[in-house]
Design a protein around this ligand. Structure first.
Ligand SMILES: Cc1ncc(CN)c(N)n1
Length: 220
């Protein structure tokens, strides 16, 4: 069993709370109020900037050149691809890149991103990967599931978002991350360490749920 599958099974309630959140359901059926999506997307832009820093920290925490290159893939996927999706989606509401960059961070954005950065600062590469994993692997699972349910249909206002996360490029990056996470666990995981790694994974899932909830709470 892949290491990620083991964590997912042991953190089943937290994983379900994140990947089956009401925000995700409403994205899929197209009923999510636009103001909720907009607030989420602006915050997600700010979130991704901090996540790019977390992948850069993974470069620093990498014990080998191979790990450094794999960390760098994460930095590039955010800076060269994912942030551009947000700029593209926000441009339809006349929001420019600078508007996104200058928006104030909401509390759940700060809580989640600083948690991940701290997990990496105070731990090793495996700790950092455990805190990063729900982000990249959860969205891959959500995107694929929503597409499988036909939620990317033309009349869904959130179809473009679903296309992005179910698309080959994102799915490949996620698969690469899962393989890398597995390799690190095979190299350094001990039975003694597992509870701490699981706890980091569970906390990141809870912070993902709070992030969706922040979007829902934006409804006036
Ligand atoms: C909060 C959050 N979690 C995950 C992802 C997918 N990289 C994201 N864009 N935003």
């Amino acid at each position: 069993m892949k290491f990620f599958e083991r964590l997912k099974a042991d953190a089943a309630p937290q994983w379900a709370g994140y990947t089956r959140h009401a925000f995700v359901k409403q994205l899929g059926d197209g009923t999510l109020p636009l103001e909720c999506f907009k607030h989420y997307l602006v915050q997600d832009y700010l979130f991704l900037i901090q996540f790019a820093r977390a992948y850069a920290l993974a470069v620093y925490k990498s014990p080998s050149l191979v790990d450094m290159r794999r960390s760098l893939e994460g930095v590039k996927a955010i800076l060269d691809v994912e942030l551009d999706l947000h700029v593209e989606l926000c441009s339809q509401w006349d929001m420019q890149r600078s508007d996104l960059e200058n928006a104030p961070e909401d509390t759940p954005t700060m809580a989640y991103t600083r948690f991940v950065l701290d997990a990496g600062m105070s731990g090793d590469l495996l700790d950092l990967q455990a805190a990063l994993a729900p982000c990249i692997l959860g969205y891959a699972e959500i995107g694929a599931r929503l597409k499988g349910e036909g939620a990317n249909r033309g009349d869904n206002p959130y179809g473009r978002w679903i296309e992005e996360y179910s698309g080959e490029q994102y799915q490949d990056v996620a698969q690469g991350f899962a393989d890398w996470f597995d390799d690190t666990a095979n190299q350094v995981l001990t039975g003694h360490r597992y509870p701490r790694v699981l706890s980091l994974f569970e906390k990141a899932c809870r912070l993902e749920s709070d992030f969706w909830q922040m979007g829902l709470n934006a409804k006036g």
